[in-house]
Write a new protein. Structure first.
Length: 383
């Protein structure tokens, strides 16, 4: 198992790790007690060994309740010291519990417990003649342990923030891909339905024309499949070899091809352009394209192939104005139901990303209108 595997296992079983730490502390203190017994006249007592074994046990819960664990360890030390035990476990276990407080709790908990640990160690000094030297050394070690624990806590919080940002970035990217998929599916399906209806209507009297229209349906379907394959590959984090997966996102120059597809479905579309696009990058072209696509798709779906639409794209010094107006094929438009406003929501989100706004609704007469104002900087991001 590699380092990452051990880390994942430790995160999944924290109490097992803490039990192992408590066992190592007990083992180390037992070795110290054994060495001290061999070097002194007085052998270690049963109470000394009981303190070595029992004192580290609260460390098993040091992550869940570090302050309570530290208090329990301190209480065990005072109780064993009052009973006459001379155990090396007191200092080591107290520092381990103190590290847990600094690592898993805010600083306001760490420093008071550090002061208590210093007092505990000072009371446990072995040579009263060197009390001040022992106190200074103990204080330095205690402060170092607290700083190490606080540093680990800060680093863990920083890494957690980075992971949260990464998750948010993934969620935003998935939302963007979902919007792209909605636009692709809604547009191509609307075009294919309109073309199929046209072919069915013309088949009895003009079979060759109907065959040509069905050829356009097939081409539209293949294009939709290619775009869907690319978007699903992005969603899965994979890509399949093929020209469609390497195709760039549509932009300003693809609006004419979009309009041609809508015209082929029967809608009369008039396009007007004013000015020229600035060096705004591909993101600017994509958002303009998608807004025009969504507006024309809604015209085709709700007004039908006999409608007339007018697309106006006005390029400004720092952005663009996009207007799409249709006549509703002579019928008055109605506001869509709340559950049928996904396309409008997508346009609003796209425009908001560029500091813009979108207005959409029925005209005073028959038909529907969409107007978007977008602001770009030189990179195509929000100005």
């Amino acid at each position: 198992m590699n380092v990452h595997g051990w880390r994942v296992t430790a995160q999944q079983h924290p109490h097992v790790v803490d039990a192992g730490i408590a066992g190592l502390v007990a083992l180390g203190c037992g070795l110290v007690l054994t060495g001290r017994t061999g070097a002194t006249v007085e052998p270690a007592t049963a109470l000394d060994w009981a303190t070595v074994v029992l004192s580290p046990i609260p460390l098993i819960w040091r992550r869940d309740a570090p302050v309570l664990v530290f208090c329990a360890v301190t209480a065990l030390f005072w109780a064993s010291n009052a009973a006459g035990a001379q155990s090396p476990a007191a200092f080591v276990v107290s520092l381990t519990a103190l590290h847990a407080v600094a690592r898993y709790r805010p600083a306001r908990f760490a420093w008071p417990t550090a002061a208590l640990a210093v007092l505990v160690g000072f009371d446990n000094r072995l040579e009263p003649a060197r009390a001040w030297g022992a106190f200074a050394a103990l204080a330095a070690v205690t402060v170092a342990v607290v700083l190490i624990g606080m540093n680990q806590r800060t680093r863990a919080a920083y890494l957690s923030a980075l992971e949260d940002r990464a998750r948010l970035a993934v969620a935003e990217e998935r939302a963007r891909i979902a919007r792209e998929m909605h636009d692709v599916v809604a547009h191509h399906l609307a075009v294919m339905v309109a073309l199929s209806d046209g072919a069915a209507a013309t088949a009895p009297g003009a079979p060759q024309r109907a065959a040509d229209v069905m050829g356009q349906v097939s081409a539209t379907g293949r294009q939709a499949l290619g775009e869907m394959r690319r978007l699903v590959g992005l969603l899965r984090g994979t890509s399949e070899p093929g020209e469609s997966t390497r195709a760039p996102q549509p932009g300003f120059d693809d609006i004419d091809a979009l309009v041609d597809r809508i015209r082929a479905a029967g809608v009369r579309v008039i396009v007007r352009r004013e000015g020229t696009p600035g060096p705004w990058g591909p993101g600017a072209g994509l958002v303009v394209y998608r807004i025009v696509q969504e507006a024309l798709t809604n015209t085709l779906k709700h007004a039908g192939p006999r409608a007339t639409a007018e697309v106006t794209v006005r390029y400004l010094a720092d952005g663009a104005d996009v207007s799409v107006v249709d006549d509703g094929a002579g019928r008055a438009a109605r506001q869509p139901a709340p559950d049928g406003r996904h396309g409008l929501a997508g346009m609003l989100e796209r425009a908001a990303a560029y500091g813009g706004r979108v207005g959409a609704g029925p005209r005073d007469g028959p038909g529907w209108q969409v107007h978007a104002t977008l602001t770009f900087d030189r990179a195509g991001t929000r100005a």
